[in-house]
Every structure is written in C-alpha cells, then in structure tokens.
Design a protein around this ligand. Structure first.
Ligand code: FAD
Length: 496
C-alpha cells in the first residue's frame, strides 16, 4: 500500500475520547488544510464515568495551551496525589501508591534498596515516610511540587479528579471555537470502498452522508467502525482479570475532598471513591461469577456516606484490547480500542497516548502501512504493561474470601511472573519497553503488599545510613507541615 493523503478527519463519538481527540487536532486547524468533524448522538449518550486521571494529563492540558486554574474551575476538579489501597493487603491494612518515588539515592544506590537493607538490620520507619507526596496525602494537604535540583525530596507529581461531563463540555467548546464541526446524529450505515476496504463515508439516520479520509472510532464499547464494520478482533483478558461489571453512583460530599482516589477491597472486587469539589464519584467493580448484581448493589449502597445524587448505573465490560487499534483508515481511541478496569485510572491516559500515536505516525498527514504497524506494536505493548501492573494488585492480595483466593492463585502472564521473581530475588524492578508505570510505582506495590526482596547486601555502616535517612524523614515532615489543606488550596486557585 502506498501512503494515502488525509484531508478530512471524521471523529465518530463525542465522549471523553471523541472530544479529547477533537480538541487535540483543533490546535492545528488554522495552520493546515485539514477538516475535522465530530459526529455524536445525544440519543445514545456517553458512558458517563472516567473521572480519575494519572499525571500525564498535565501534558494534554499544556499541549492545548489551557491554564490549570481555568481547567480546574471548568471541571470542578480536585488534585490527586495517588491512590490509597484499603484492605487489599488484608483487613485493616492500608497502603498508598504515590505519584512519586521515595527518598534520595544514598551512595549511588536507589533509596528503596537502602531502605529494604536497613529494614533487615532492624530499622523500622515505613517507606512512605520518605515520600512527601504520600505524607501530603496522609495529611489531606496539597502543594505544587518543586523541581528545584537542590530539593529532590520535594519532587513529585500529581493528577486530577474531574467531572467527566464537564470535561467533555469544556473540550467541546475549545474544539468548536477552533473550527471542529460538530454533527448531531446516529450513524446507521458505514460505506466501505469496494476495492480496498477502506471506510469511505458514514450515513446518519437523517440521511446525511459524511465522507472522510481518516475515521477515528470513539464510539465507546460498541466499537462501531473498528469492531462491527471492519471486524478487527478483540483479545479477551478475562482469564487474567475476571471483573466484568461495575455499578457507578454519585453522592453528595460529606467531608472536604481527599487529595487522592481511594480503592477499597470488597467481597468480589473493589470500590472507588473519587472526590470532586461538588460531589463524590463512587463505584463497585466486581466479578459477576462471585457476586450477583443485586448483592453488589446492596454492598455498594450500604457503604456510601453521602446522599445519592444518581441511581446506581450498571456497566458490563470485557477486559481486553483490540488486536489492532489502527486498521486501514480507522483508528480506535478510547473504549473502542480496549478496556482495563479503572484500578489505576489508566483509560484517559490511554486515550491521550492513542491520540499521540495517531498524530505522531500520521507523518505529513499520510497513512503509511509501516508506520501503522509500528503504532499498533507500541499500542499493544503499552496495554500489556498496564495489564500486568493491574494483575499484580490481585495476584499479591492478602485477602481470604473466594474471589480473592481465586485471583491470587490464577496463572499470570509470564512477563509479570518474571518481574515478581526478579524483585523477590534481587530487589530490582525489571522495566520493559513501553511501561506506563515507572519503577517507583512497582516499588510502592511490592512494599504495600509486604514483599521482601532477598539478596540485598547489608550496609557496612548502618548507623551512618540511618542517620542520613532520619534527616530525609525530618525534611519531609517539615515540608508536609508547610503545605495547606487540599480544600483550602483549591479555594485559592479557584479565584478567577
Ligand atoms: C466503570 C468505569 C469506570 C471508569 N473510571 C475511569 C477512571 O476513573 N479514569 C479513567 O481514566 N477512565 C475510567 N474509565 C474509562 C473512561 O470512562 C473512558 O475511557 C472514557 O469515558 C472514554 O469513553 P469513550 O469516549 O471511549 O466512550 P463513550 O463515553 O461511551 O462515548 C461514545 C460516544 O460514541 C457515540 N456513539 C456511539 N455509537 C454511535 C452511533 N451509532 N452514532 C453516533 N454516535 C455514536 C456516543 O453517542 C458517545 O458520544 C472508566 C470506565 C468504566 C466502565
């Protein structure tokens, strides 16, 4: 196939994926001769969840040239320093996955290794005490990080929780102001070119026909173009991640918002708690093999603290990924390209990296077979790495009821088994190509689940090392004391 020119891009679907894609492309439209249109159907609506993010979201906001304070006001956003995992390692045990590393390297050795060696020699301060990000979260505080070379202990990252419908509305206004054309309507037919099988056009219920050179499938789980029309298959990963259902419900806030997402282990899955400025997003992700929908609903409703703002909405899903996210002139972005449960809030990030791959490999606005193949290869690796990270949470769990016993005994991918073995034997985190989660995230999981690496050399001067560590701990305590409560920080940023 020779390279094919793209002049008209048609985005199908106006959920988070559709409007993120539209907004990203809109930045170019006054500089290049490309038309972008987006078709969405109010009758079908969007999935309406997806409110917790990872730090990569900053780059997206920055790429659009949007001020953080404007974004926070428009989406009722709060700050997120990481995820608290409650009862995953066993009842009444809690640990935190911060968007940060731990301490500063001592004598050219990663801090976490020094800490594990010190622990073996009787040192008993928790690893989280060496992470300002985790300490701010524990105190319900927030401050912007410093990336000053002289204060490496203050290096951390953060993300946001936001209202998904306000986020889509905000991006829609951004895109429409920059010449993206929105078309309301439900697609009833897709026309393929008889000679090469490329998508030529889509027709709406109204009879309108929309033609294009590149189609971005953002139709969510229905995958209208990539799945139903082009028949690109789906790798089902339910045998590794058996949760297949979620119940989502919004409640009023009863307390100031925490600067973190909470994930609490339940009978047959886990519950999310996502605090926004004006309300809380809650949901129960579970395996219907181990609990009925009615029982899950009851368990979720009994655990809520605020008043219900919405009725619980049941969402069924199949964990896995599209075999190719880019096929001919169709690119799947968002839920049409795959789904991994929201345990580490990775779907919006996958939308972002999907857009980056699509635009990065659409060199000179041409579709080129070799580039498409490379984009697909990278996309697969990225999904598989995140999949492994999520399976790790289940595999190492410390719970005893049937669902949790089942997931702790399930076979796991060889790549993950190897990573766990390397950590246990050497204390190293084996990083592979296209990892979304850095070494420090893996360390926080191994630590949270009580893993103990063997084979780490003991320090020859433990007193000296422990004195250095105590200094770091005190500096972090002081830093955390100086920060403001999270809600107060939001109120100050909220002033127009
Ligand atoms: C339970 C749950 C919790 C989640 N939590 C998080 C989270 O905390 N963080 C995170 O990053 N992600 C999360 N996600 C994922 C996140 O919700 C999605 O990645 C995100 O909302 C993108 O969805 P989408 O735009 O692909 O699909 P949708 O929101 O479903 O949008 C599909 C669009 O396609 C349109 N459409 C479909 N068919 C047609 C047609 N025939 N004609 C015209 N238009 C059509 C619809 O009208 C709609 O506009 C969660 C997902 C689930 C299921």
């Amino acid at each position: 196939m020779s390279a094919r020119a793209v002049k008209r891009i048609v985005i199908v679907g106006g959920g988070t994926a559709g409007w993120m894609t539209a907004a990203y492309l809109a930045r170019w439209l006054d500089k290049v001769d490309i038309q972008v249109s987006l078709i969405e159907s109010e009758l079908i609506g969007t999935i309406g969840v997806g409110e917790a993010t990872v730090p990569g979201i900053h780059q997206f906001i920055k790429d659009l040239g949007i001020k953080e304070s404007e974004f926070i006001r428009a989406t009722n956003a709060t700050f997120k320093l990481g995820i608290e995992f409650k009862n995953w390692a066993g009842d009444d045990k809690t640990f935190f996955h911060p968007f940060a590393g731990y301490g500063v390297d001592i004598e050219d050795r990663p801090f976490y290794k020094t800490w594990w060696s010190a622990q073996a020699q009787g040192y008993n301060e928790g690893l989280e005490k060496f992470c300002l990000c985790a300490q701010l979260a524990a105190a319900g505080k927030f401050a912007l990080p410093s990336f000053d070379e002289s204060s490496r202990l203050a290096w951390y990252n953060y993300a946001y929780h936001f209202d998904a419908s306000l986020f889509a509305k905000f991006l829609r206004a951004y895109a429409e102001q920059r010449h993206v054309k929105r078309i309301e309507g439900k697609i009833s037919h897709v026309q393929l070119n008889a000679s090469d099988g490329f998508i030529q056009s889509v027709s709406l219920d109204s009879g309108e026909l929309v033609a294009g050179d590149l189609f971005v499938d953002c139709t969510g789980m229905s995958a209208l173009l990539i799945g139903k029309t082009l028949a690109v298959g789906y790798d089902d990963w339910t045998h590794w991640l058996p949760c297949d259902s979620a119940l989502a419900v919004q409640t009023t806030s009863v307390a100031e918002p925490d600067p973190f997402t909470r994930s609490t282990a339940r009978t047959a899955g886990w519950q999310w708690h996502i605090p926004l400025q004006h309300r809380v997003g809650n949901g129960y992700v579970y395996s219907s093999q181990f609990i009925s929908h009615e029982q899950a609903r009851e368990e979720l409703l009994n655990s809520l603290t605020g008043e219900r703002v919405t009725e619980p909405k049941l969402i069924r899903f199949t964990t896995g990924m599209r075999k190719d996210f880019w096929y001919k002139n169709c690119v799947a972005i968002g839920l049409s390209s795959g789904f991994l449960e929201p345990l580490e809030s990775t779907s919006i990030s996958l939308i972002q990296t999907g857009i980056n791959k699509m635009t990065g490999f659409l060199v000179n606005f041409e579709i080129d077979e070799a580039r498409v193949a490379e984009a697909n290869r990278l996309n697969r690796l990225e999904y598989e790495r995140i999949r492994d990270f999520i399976i790790l949470h289940y595999s190492l769990n410390g719970r005893s009821n049937p669902f949790w016993q089942h997931v702790s005994r399930m076979p796991i991918p060889a790549t993950l088994a190897d990573k766990i073995a390397v950590f246990r034997n050497l204390g190293d985190v084996k990083m592979l190509e296209q990892e979304s989660f850095k070494e420090e995230s893996w360390v926080s999981m191994f630590y949270g689940f009580g893993q103990q690496p063997s084979g780490l050399p003991a320090s020859v001067d433990p007193q000296k090392i422990q004195a250095i560590m105590q200094k770091m701990k005190s500096a972090i305590e002081k830093g955390a004391q100086l920060a403001h409560p999270h809600a107060e920080f939001i109120r100050t940023i909220d002033t127009p």
